[in-house]
Design a protein around this ligand. Structure first.
Ligand code: GDP
Length: 297
């Protein structure tokens, strides 16, 4: 995960680490390298600029360079700035604080890993939070989308709404809510239709579903491998619906990390979960400090 970025930063900091004294120019040289590493990692330019300015200012001020371990202190400053960039110290987690059934609406582009993430989240809520979960696919556009969720539901031992052919997404959502109420479900996961790109008709459909189901969480699923595109997609969705967070999938295969590092600063939305593999237990609560730790090795 984020191996390229980690390697690049590792070699920049290896030269700083052991040094007993550092000059301002050493810091500026190192920051030039960090800047290139972040841009190569596909981090958004304004985010990179702000990061470099902040770190440089802190590193050359505050007596850091006069300290006994200036290299270590610069690395600590970089670490703290990375944590902030990834979303800060607070892990927002998922908000289930509402009368059941608490609705979580999953949105995203086709192929982003939305249905897989729905099943992963269902399993996590059942096993780690002890919740009774129901999942329903509202995707009437893609053939077999509803069956796909049913199959995944069987695999993770989470119930799915029985499929009735020919129903509209809003009709399915209503049926899901009624069924969840009747069967004392704690959390209802609504897997909305995917789309190829951000498209007006499907955005309307998503809003209609949200109006009916008043989701407590609206989680956007985006693919980490698409870098800046993932961030642009998040901005488009955030303009249409009230996103409460992002699930970043395929972090396991992402050597660069640009989506993770730009998401919060560009969209203001927290990454709440990370998909770290194809298996249905490969989902993690996204913890900025852990991710920064992995990047800096
Ligand atoms: P959807 O069209 O957005 O519903 O996408 P799917 O849930 O069908 O996922 C598309 C593919 O991505 C499937 O083969 C999943 O197994 C795979 N996938 C989803 N999440 C992850 C992840 O976090 N890591 C990896 N390596 N693969 C994933």
């Amino acid at each position: 995960m984020f191996d390229n970025l980690s390697d690049r930063l590792g070699s920049v900091f290896a030269s700083l680490k052991g040094r007993g004294s550092l000059k301002e120019q050493d810091v500026r040289d190192a920051m030039r390298e960090v800047r290139i590493a972040l841009l190569e990692a596909d981090v958004a330019l304004p985010v990179v600029r702000r990061f470099i300015d902040e770190v440089t200012e802190k590193a050359i001020g505050q007596n850091v360079l006069k300290s006994v371990t200036p290299g270590q202190q610069v690395i600590k400053i970089v670490n703290d700035a990375l944590v902030d960039m990834l979303g800060g110290q607070d892990v927002p987690g998922i908000d289930l604080n509402a009368a059941p059934p608490v609705v979580i609406m999953m949105v995203g582009l086709q192929g982003s890993g939305k249905t897989t993430s729905t099943a992963k989240l269902g399993k996590l809520l059942k096993e780690k939070h002890g919740k009774k979960v129901l999942m329903a696919s509202l995707d009437v556009n893609r053939p077999a989308a509803q069956e796909q969720l049913a199959v995944l539901g069987e695999q993770v031992g989470v119930g799915t709404l029985p499929i009735i052919a020919g129903q509209s997404p809003t009709a399915i959502a209503e049926r899901a809510i009624n069924s969840a109420k009747l069967t004392a479900v704690d959390v209802l996961l609504l897997d909305t239709a995917g789309r190829l790109h951000v498209d007006a008709a499907l955005m309307e459909e998503m809003k209609a579903v949200a109006a009916i189901s008043t989701p407590k969480e609206t989680l956007l699923v985006v693919d980490s491998l698409t870098g800046q595109d993932a961030v642009n997609v998040a901005q488009s969705f955030a303009g249409e619906v009230d996103l409460t967070g992002v699930i970043l999938t395929r972090m396991d295969g992402d050597a660069r990390g640009g989506a993770a590092l730009s998401m919060r600063a560009v969209t203001g939305k927290p990454i709440k979960f990370a998909g770290t593999g194809e298996k249905l237990d490969q989902i993690e609560v996204f913890q900025p400090s852990r991710v920064a730790g992995r990047i800096l090795g």
